[in-house]
Structure formats: structure tokens, C-alpha cells
Write a protein that binds this ligand. Structure first.
Ligand code: NAG
Ligand code: NAG
Ligand code: NAG
Ligand code: NAG
Length: 433
């Protein structure tokens, strides 16, 4: 069975490469598709992508869960370095990869230009040599997105990741193989991660993030839809495709999208947009012009610089006067008593972007139920000097379809799919017959 999978991977990978040379060839898929799971077993909700990989002896496929990080500069996961791959010295049930030596260009390039931007991490030195290999290894700094603590990983070649192909509607039978370089970290680095999550999938604009390693048409567009539920997966696509979510099998989700420019931000490989105003029930909160806003798949809630936060909270309390307030529950500053109501409904918070387009944050994405009796406005105060002034977090992304067009440098957003009677957990993962 696994041999067959491997064969398909090789064929698909070959087709992908050939595609660049033979312009007329049209692959049977428009995209690759990866299921996205929500995890709530650590301090903040996190989301992972399920990817198939293979143990060194090529006999056994394993599913690995990688945390989705649209800001990380490179991919890293639990694995071991091994230079003498033909000696069978890769321990059982371990992923082994060939080391990149500290003298190679990539090592220097990644360390100087594409490393994690965290001044509090200690500098890395030349790596130890591996017995019998004779070269120095290439340690790189990593930052644990759960705890914020610093660690180290060792850079290596050709990690094998296999994902499903798609037509935007279903999963297709062909598989797609990508072979990125990534860094290996020991299992202890992942102890604070959600259960069964043992890696970071970098989906940023860094040349060491995943998109670089996908073939031409796939890498131009990323679409991400984070689920709000644990019961069914959300979805991550790469590829310029139409996308469909059940039960509307005839509506391309792209028809729901508004677009704004992605803006470049120095020292970051992440994604940023400009927000001109925040509007709540027709009244605009003054942002003093175009405010740089970061998109984050690691921050759980939208963070606002104190001056903006205070205005949002003041306006939001005034438009929700008829709802009984409750004592705030950290990290939130504005909460409501829901003991007499099953649920509350609040006005939208509209982020106004280019050309007056609005990203509407409706109740499902603005109010978080904390206990049976208390629900809170799921925005947090980032402090007086927080930079960027706005960071949009994952609670505001759930059940919103997001498209990152890396070629045109634009960002598409749907606002809540619940208003369109669908959700991120509605992709039909059944294989097309
Ligand atoms: C973790 O993975 C193991 C092995 O695949 C599985 O049996 C277990 O149910 C998983 N645990 C969670 C919490 O997903
Ligand atoms: C995606 O495809 C559409 C046509 O279907 C085309 O207009 C657009 O330019 C393509 N975008 C990219 C980034 O290739
Ligand atoms: C905000 O400014 C950036 C340049 O700094 C520009 O690219 C972007 O289009 C502007 N956004 C809005 C919403 O005006
Ligand atoms: C999901 O896709 C399969 C394969 O195309 C199809 O048979 C099935 O009807 C779809 N499910 C729904 C609920 O439409």
C-alpha cells in the first residue's frame, strides 16, 4: 500500500516539475488541500495542518501535525540528523534528515537574514560535528510559539511532505510531494505544544517557508479557513483555484471575498494590511489614518494599542447598554452577564480597509463565552506602545475564509461564513470518484 502511495507521489512530483518545462500540460488538480485542526489543550487555541511524511526506511507513512504559523521564517519539527542514510542507523519510528553543514551558503543565509526576530534569544554558535561526518552542523534559533521561549534546531535537507491534491471541491486521488529544507528539533522542544503536534509549518513570505518549495501555480495563492469546532477540520489550500464549502456545492467561495493590499513590513515575513478605521454602529473610531495591522495565527485574540482599545471598548459598551455587564475575566476588559439569555447578539465591529471595504466582525467572532454566565468582548489591550498597533488574532479568523495572493500581494476576506450558511469545517474531504 505505502509503495503505491509513494509511486503516486513520485509521479505527481514529476508532473509538477515537468509542468514548468511543458507549458501546455494541465495538471488534474487546481490546488493542494490540507485539513486544519483546532487544539484547545494548551493555554491558547492553536491550529495544526495534518501532513503525511515518511520514516527513513521508506516503509511507513506517518501523519504529522504542524502548527500553522503564517509568521515563522522556516519550518521546523521533531526529527534527527543522519548523514549516513544507507547504514540503517535511523532509529525506529524516527524521522531522519541529512544535515546542512555550517559552511554551506544556506546556513549563513538563514541565520543572518531569515532567522526568528527575537533579540532575547542567545546567539547560536557553530554546531557540533556528527560522528564520522566531519563537518559542523548548522544550529538555528527557534522560538516556541506557545511559551515564547528560545530553543535551537539543526538545519537539514529534503524533508518529505505529502499532501492531497484537490479541484477545490473534493480531494482527488493523486498526492503531491514537497521537499523543503527544514530544521530538526528534539522531542523536548514540543512538550508544551498541543498533544500530537510536533512541528511548525511556516507559511510566511520567507524563502525558507513552505510556499517556496511548491511548484509555480500552487505557490501563488494560499487560502486558509480556521475551524471554530473540534469536531471537523478546517482547510488550508495552495493554488489558484475555485473553492467550495458544503452545502453550497455551486458557489465559489471567492465570490464572497473583498480584497485589500498586503503591505510589507520591515523585519517580518508575516502578512500585514492597512486599516483606516474601526466602525461600530455607524460611528468611526479614530485611527489617525492608515494603521499597520498584522495577521497572526498564533495570537488568540485581536490586540489593540491602548488608545485604540479604550475607544473600541467605550463605543462597544455604549452600543450594548441593554446587555447586563459582568465583572471582566482576564485577559478581557469588557464582559457581559449571560445568565438570563442563551446567547447575546451584538453590533458588528467593522474594520475598514482600502476603498472603504469592510471586514465585518460579527458576534461569533467578537464575543467569547467564558463561562455559562459570562461572555466577553474578545479583544485585548496590547499596551500603550504596542507595535503594530493592531494584531488580528485567530478568534477573529475562525469561520472566515482568507486568501493570500502572494503574486498580486493582496488579501481576500469573506467576513463570517456563518452568515452565508456555511463554515470552515464544511469542506468535503471525501475523495471524488
Ligand atoms: C495522538 O496520536 C495517537 C497515535 O496516533 C492517538 O492514538 C491519540 O489518540 C492521539 N491523541 C490525541 C489527543 O489526538
Ligand atoms: C488566478 O486565476 C485567475 C483566472 O482564473 C486569473 O485572473 C488570476 O490572475 C490568477 N491569479 C494568479 C495569482 O495566478
Ligand atoms: C496603507 O499604506 C500602505 C503603505 O504604507 C499602502 O500600501 C496601503 O495601500 C495603505 N492602505 C490603505 C488601507 O490605505
Ligand atoms: C462529497 O463528495 C462526494 C464525492 O464527490 C459526493 O459523493 C458527496 O455527495 C459529497 N457530499 C455532499 C454532502 O455533498
Amino acid at each position: 500500500m505505502s509503495f503505491i502511495i509513494q509511486l503516486i507521489v513520485i509521479v505527481v512530483a514529476f508532473i509538477s516539475h515537468a509542468n514548468e518545462a511543458i507549458a501546455q500540460f494541465i495538471p488534474p488538480y487546481t490546488s493542494i488541500v490540507v485539513p486544519v485542526s483546532k487544539h484547545i489543550d494548551v493555554a491558547k487555541p492553536l491550529y495544526s495542518a495534518k501532513i503525511l511524511t515518511v520514516y527513513e526506511d521508506y516503509t511507513q507513512y506517518v501523519r504529522l501535525n504542524f502548527l500553522i504559523d503564517i509568521d515563522a521564517p522556516f519550518i521546523w519539527h521533531e526529527c534527527t540528523l543522519q548523514w549516513n542514510t544507507y547504514r540503517g542507523s535511523c532509529p525506529a519510528n524516527t524521522l531522519c534528515n541529512y544535515p546542512i553543514s555550517c559552511e554551506e551558503y544556506q546556513c549563513e543565509d538563514l541565520r543572518t537574514t531569515y532567522s526568528y526576530d527575537n533579540p532575547s534569544c542567545p546567539p547560536v554558535n557553530k554546531g557540533p560535528t556528527l560522528p564520522g561526518w566531519g563537518y559542523c552542523t548548522c544550529p538555528v534559533k527557534v522560538v516556541n510559539p506557545v511559551t515564547g521561549s528560545c530553543g535551537q534546531a539543526l538545519l537539514s535537507y529534503d524533508h518529505e511532505y505529502t499532501v492531497s491534491t484537490s479541484n477545490g471541491r473534493n480531494v482527488l486521488s493523486g498526492l503531491y510531494g514537497a521537499y523543503p529544507n527544514a530544521a530538526c528539533a528534539p522531542s523536548s522542544s514540543f512538550e508544551s505544544f498541543p498533544t500530537n503536534v510536533t512541528g511548525i509549518m511556516a507559511l510566511s513570505t520567507s524563502p525558507y517557508a513552505l510556499p517556496t518549495y511548491l511548484n509555480g501555480p500552487l505557490k501563488s495563492i494560499m487560502a486558509l479557513c480556521l475551524p471554530s469546532t473540534l469536531s471537523a477540520p478546517g482547510v488550508l489550500f495552495y493554488g489558484n483555484s475555485s473553492y467550495y464549502l458544503l452545502p453550497q456545492s455551486d458557489i465559489d467561495i471567492r465570490s464572497f471575498l473583498s480584497y485589500t493590499s498586503l503591505i510589507k513590513h520591515p523585519n517580518s515575513f508575516g502578512y500585514f494590511i492597512g486599516v483606516n478605521a474601526i466602525v461600530i454602529k455607524k460611528r468611526s473610531i479614530d485611527l489617525f489614518g492608515n494603521t499597520t495591522t498584522k495577521l497572526s495565527t498564533i495570537d488568540p485574540y485581536t490586540t489593540l494599542r491602548t488608545d485604540i482599545y479604550n475607544q473600541v471598548v467605550r463605543r462597544f459598551s455604549s452600543v450594548t447598554k441593554r446587555i447586563l455587564p459582568a465583572k471582566p475575566v482576564a485577559p478581557f476588559g469588557l464582559c457581559f452577564d449571560t445568565s438570563t439569555k442563551a446567547s447575546i447578539k451584538v453590533p458588528d465591529i467593522d474594520l475598514v480597509v482600502e476603498d472603504g471595504k469592510k471586514w465585518s466582525i460579527s458576534t461569533a467572532n467578537s464575543i467569547k463565552q467564558m463561562t455559562e454566565d459570562v461572555a466577553c468582548l474578545a479583544f485585548v489591550d496590547g499596551g500603550a506602545t504596542s507595535e503594530p498597533a493592531i494584531v488580528i488574532g485567530t478568534y477573529q479568523f475562525e469561520d472566515n475564509f482568507l486568501v493570500f495572493d502572494l503574486e498580486k500581494s493582496t488579501f481576500g476576506f469573506s467576513s463570517s461564513l456563518l452568515r452565508k450558511k456555511t463554515s470552515c469545517a464544511n469542506f468535503n474531504f471525501t475523495m471524488a470518484s
